[in-house]
Design a binder for this molecule. Structure first.
Ligand code: HEM
Length: 435
């Protein structure tokens, strides 16, 4: 890999011009650093004509098999099961230690939902914890590093390359058994039973089934290495982003009890004090939607988008972008811009209600870039609606079931730190009181 120019784009107009107006000229940059390649086999046949068609086939498959509205409805039992388990776990944790840790619980719950969506299997909490921690390590080791931009420095990263290979082995060991179980289950028409997991219905119930079948153009079926990579990417892409959002939203609700009461009242008006919030209910809750949007604006889980590359020399906003330049988009900047937002540093969900400065915002960025928590253009997060549903539902059920208050003597600390997503440096702890 030769040396490439690195360009970081921060302006709202240039992000829009590059990703929406000139999208095809700013293609995805396949993961091609040696450390990333350890985890990206196959999907990432660099410099090969295969990458584009394979990526498009996977994306199409993702949309039809994982996030179409019918499939989302079919899988609502998974969220119900995972969130009930989540609320019980919080009760136990609170009675054992007097408070709960928000992030670790939300990560575990979202991760269990995504594992179940992918493999159609309910597995033990210890196994979910093991998968979650291995995938978190994978995510951290594959973050962009200096040799991604300056390959000449690669020799300094030999130790990390070795560590990456050991980690890849662990990743395969924890996911391949699930994958083989599911395959045997599907091939036996639902008769095969495994001692290590409880399988859901074999037909159409697990995302991995569609990957077993997939035959992308120019190549045969995907192998186990590739399947593990693809499923890990989905679990990683959906876990931290959603869990971080719930944690930041709750931080504001803990610090501002009036806001929390307003949200609680909206939920009770919709489902009653003892009802159970459903997926249809959350769509009717305007204030909940506003709290979640304001969280995406004020605390976008990811400050940068995925890497892009200029496929040929291109003009952007009057500048010449050289062919093959690495383009990074720093999108968090636009949500802090006082020309685009009133008092951008304030957390004020009402800005997304009638008359507010955010009410007409297009979060897909198609009509202009004011906030793009899911990216924009051809590479926009394919699961934005599913991610939003997970956040809305989890937050609504947590606020409906418990009143959230600060731990006495330990006020929440809103300092940020970077760990793939931008998270709270000191994870949120709170006391929960039954409603
Ligand atoms: C609150 C939740 C979420 C947020 C804020 C979020 C945000 C993002 C962002 C910013 C990107 C990069 C887009 C770009 O570079 O233009 C992305 C990509 C992606 N997201 Fe999400 N996401 C969320 C939930 C999910 C969920 C639940 C899944 C899976 C079920 C998922 C799967 C993906 C995948 C597979 C990609 C990569 C697409 C590609 O390679 O083209 N995301 N997401």
């Amino acid at each position: 890999m030769g040396q490439r120019t690195l360009i970081i784009i921060t302006s709202s107009e240039l992000i829009h011009e590059a990703l929406v107006q000139k999208g095809p000229l700013f293609a995805s940059r396949p993961r091609d650093s040696p450390i990333r390649l350890v985890f990206s086999v196959g999907k990432c046949a660099i410099n090969s004509a295969e990458y584009g068609p394979l990526w498009r086939a996977l994306r199409r498959n993702f949309v039809t098999e994982l996030i179409n509205p019918n499939r989302i409805r079919q899988c609502s039992w998974i969220r119900k099961w995972a969130i009930e388990t989540h609320l019980n776990r919080l009760r136990v944790e609170a009675s054992n230690q007097g408070f709960v840790d928000v992030m670790s619980n939300c990560r575990l719950t979202i991760c269990s939902i995504l594992i179940c969506l992918c493999f159609g299997a309910k597995i033990s909490e210890d196994r979910i914890k093991n998968i979650e921690s291995i995938l978190k390590e994978v995510m951290l080791i594959t973050l962009p590093k200096v040799p991604d931009f300056l390959p000449v420095l690669l020799p300094l990263f030999r130790r990390q390359l070795k560590e990456a290979k050991v980690l890849r082995k662990k990743q395969m060991e924890c996911l391949v058994p699930l994958l083989r179980d599911r395959k045997a289950f599907v091939e036996s028409g639902g008769k095969h039973s495994s001692s290590s997991s409880e399988m859901a219905s074999p037909i159409g119930a697990a995302y991995i089934d569609s990957l077993f079948e997939l035959e992308p153009p120019t190549r045969g079926k995907l192998g186990e290495e590739e399947l593990v990579t693809l499923v890990s990417e989905i679990i990683n892409a959906g876990t931290d982003t959603s869990a971080t959002t719930v944690e930041w939203a709750l931080l504001h609700l803990v610090m501002n009890q009036e806001m929390q009461e307003k949200l609680y009242r909206e939920i009770v008006e919709c489902v009653g004090k003892n009802g159970i919030v459903s997926e249809e209910d959350v769509e009717k809750m305007a204030f909940l939607g506003a709290v979640v949007k304001e969280t995406f604006r004020r605390h976008p889980p990811s400050h940068f988008l995925l890497s892009h590359a200029a496929i040929k020399e291109t003009e952007l906003g009057g500048y010449t972008i050289p062919a093959d330049a690495n383009i990074e988009f720093y999108t968090a900047w636009v949500t802090e811009d006082p020309d685009l937002w009133e008092d951008p540093g304030e957390f004020r969900p009402e800005r997304f209600l009638s008359g507010g400065d955010g009410v007409d915002v297009d979060v897909t960025g198609t009509r202009g870039v004011k906030m793009v928590p899911f990216g924009a253009g051809r590479r926009i997060c394919p699961a934005a609606s599913l991610g939003t549903l997970h956040v809305n539902l989890l937050l609504a059920r947590m606020v409906h079931t418990f009143k959230w208050v600060p731990v006495p003597g330990h006020p929440p600390d809103p300092t940020e730190t970077f760990a793939f997503t931008v998270v709270m440096k000191n994870p949120l702890k709170a006391v929960i009181l039954p409603r």
